[in-house]
Design a protein around this ligand. Structure first.
Ligand SMILES: C[S@@+](CC[C@H](N)C(=O)[O-])C[C@H]1O[C@@H](n2cnc3c(N)ncnc32)[C@H](O)[C@@H]1O
Length: 277
């Protein structure tokens, strides 16, 4: 057995959709082959086809989770797209800080955080721009993902030279990271600002619970992997967990959302953001 068969591909597609809501379009067999080949090798199997055969005949929770993890796309970078971070600095965070000055509490959820560049970008931005708020307010950044390997990386907070070269200006790098061999480790204070947890966006019961509703939510560059009904469900579940004047940021290519969502679209500069209606 070598290349996966049509029925094996269908089995895998159904499993990935059921477990993660990720839609594997027909024709993505090559992607499946390249993503699952390392797992097949680790299992001592001769091919991906043998791996899928094993999954179909004697499935285990561990193998299912490893396959789902391998099928996630984890592309990310520090301060990705630049302009949303400018908008956070100039518009969103100042407004939130002004309206929360009595409660002195800021609650952020960074969903689908991948290896952590997004939540740590926010932690750096907050500490650099609003140091007094970070020191004296109750600031919580909950970072979640479905992928165990990405959650591990996010908890570690260690990045290669290539990764820090993507999006981090040199002064920011030396201010916020410590050298560790060839890599860079996030400053412990920033690490402590981020609470890393598992959450499958397809399963609302797994959404994080915060002390209060979220003031700011990031769901960036993940909705593209889901179908329209799933996107709408996720956005409605999310908006019900947000403060009525809270802010939601999506990926640049994800801002055309269904009118069935209870979200109102706003724009500041090049950044589109949403608020519960
Ligand atoms: C392309 S990355 C986006 C990372 C970051 N938000 C950014 O914009 O740079 C997509 C992330 O979504 C995660 N993901 C995929 N399906 C998910 C699901 N059902 N629930 C939660 N996270 C999921 C993947 O594990 C991956 O880390």
């Amino acid at each position: 057995m070598s290349i996966i068969t049509a029925s094996q591909f269908d089995h895998l597609r159904e499993m990935v959709l059921r477990e993660s809501a990720i839609v594997l379009e027909p024709g993505k067999e090559y992607l499946v082959e390249s993503r699952l080949a390392p797992i097949a090798r680790r299992e001592g199997l001769g091919s991906v086809s043998e791996l899928v055969h094993k999954l179909m005949t004697s499935p285990s929770a561990k193998m299912t989770s490893e396959i789902i993890d391998a099928m996630t796309t984890n592309e990310t970078s520090f301060f990705r797209d630049v302009h949303p971070w400018q908008t956070l600095k100039e518009e969103i965070l100042p407004k939130l800080i002004e309206s929360r000055r009595i409660d002195r509490r800021l609650s952020v959820w960074c969903a689908a955080c991948s290896s952590g560049q997004e939540p740590y970008s926010l932690a750096m931005l907050l500490r650099d721009t609003f140091p007094d708020i970070v020191k004296s307010w109750d600031v919580t950044i909950i970072a979640t993902d479905l992928s165990d390997s990405m959650l591990y990386r996010c908890r570690e907070g260690v990045y290669s030279q290539l990764e820090v070269n993507r999006g981090l200006p040199a002064p920011m790098l030396v201010r916020n990271f410590q050298r560790e061999g060839a890599d860079w480790r996030i400053d412990p204070e920033l690490r402590r600002m981020v609470d890393v947890r598992t959450c499958n966006l397809a399963v609302p019961n797994s959404y994080p619970r915060a002390a209060s509703r979220f003031d700011l939510v990031f769901i960036r560059n993940v909705l593209i992997y889901f179908d329209e009904a799933t996107k709408t469900k996720i956005l409605n579940e999310t908006s019900s967990r947000m403060q009525s004047d809270g802010y939601l940021l999506l990926g640049s290519s994800e801002v055309s959302i269904s009118s069935a969502t209870r979200l109102v679209r706003h724009q500041f500069g090049r950044t589109i953001y949403f608020q519960p209606s």
